[in-house]
Design a protein around this ligand. Structure first.
Ligand SMILES: Cc1cc2nc3c(=O)[nH]c(=O)nc-3n(C[C@H](O)[C@H](O)[C@H](O)COP(=O)(O)O)c2cc1C
Length: 181
């Protein structure tokens, strides 16, 4: 079974980014894909702040990434880029950690003006880690995410997420996707 690791980089709880990620994970699992979440805020703050790659919790998380077939990288926009918390974890990955993996970037933000943060800030970092295959990125405005609702995403936002997750599933499981239609 294909495995997707979700790296979730919001420092907040509850988190709108995490809410979007949960929808994506449900879709992937119901499509026969195994998912594993890394909420960076739950890793050791000391290990992250001191770039301690030898820390046991960091090593386990890094191993998860290396062993995955695909990676969802999810972050709120902070100051027109990704969060510092996400970067602390990405800095601990080996140089070509994302080589050969499909990547789905997901961002949430307060303003449509920062939609391009995905392209000018996040994607170059992922490319530097070896990512070459991206499925369509998802950007969701925070005002469109209803925390605590059974379905936190509605309408066009939900459709966009569904399309990108389906794209990812098809890249991972082309034969199964053809059978299920
Ligand atoms: C410190 C901070 C900086 C932010 N900077 C931006 C920004 O530059 N552009 C933007 O569109 N939204 C910005 N936002 C809004 C968040 O990206 C948005 O509310 C996001 O959905 C929060 O996700 P979370 O609940 O998962 O943390 C900022 C929020 C915070 C707390």
């Amino acid at each position: 079974m294909a495995t997707v690791v979700v790296i979730q980089g919001s420092p907040s709880s509850p988190s709108k980014t995490a809410a979007v990620v949960r929808v994506a994970e449900q879709m992937l699992r119901s499509g026969g894909v195994d998912t594993h979440r890394i909420d960076v805020r739950d890793l050791s703050p000391q290990a992250l702040a001191t770039a301690d790659a030898a820390h046991v919790g960091i090593q386990a998380a890094v191993r998860r990434v290396l062993e995955s077939d695909a990676v969802v990288v999810a972050t709120p926009v902070y100051k027109a880029a990704y969060t510092g918390l996400l970067k602390l974890f990405l800095d601990l990955l080996p140089p070509r950690a994302l080589e050969g993996k499909v990547v789905l970037p997901i961002t949430t933000g307060g303003s449509p003006a920062h939609l391009l943060a995905l392209d000018y800030a996040l994607k170059p970092v992922l490319a530097a880690l070896g990512a070459k295959v991206f499925v369509s990125s998802v950007y969701v405005l925070d005002a469109s995410i209803e925390l605590g609702a059974p379905s936190p995403l509605q309408g066009a936002d939900r459709e966009r997420l569904d399309r990108s997750v389906e794209e990812l599933r098809q890249v991972l499981n082309p034969q199964q996707a053809a059978i299920l239609g």
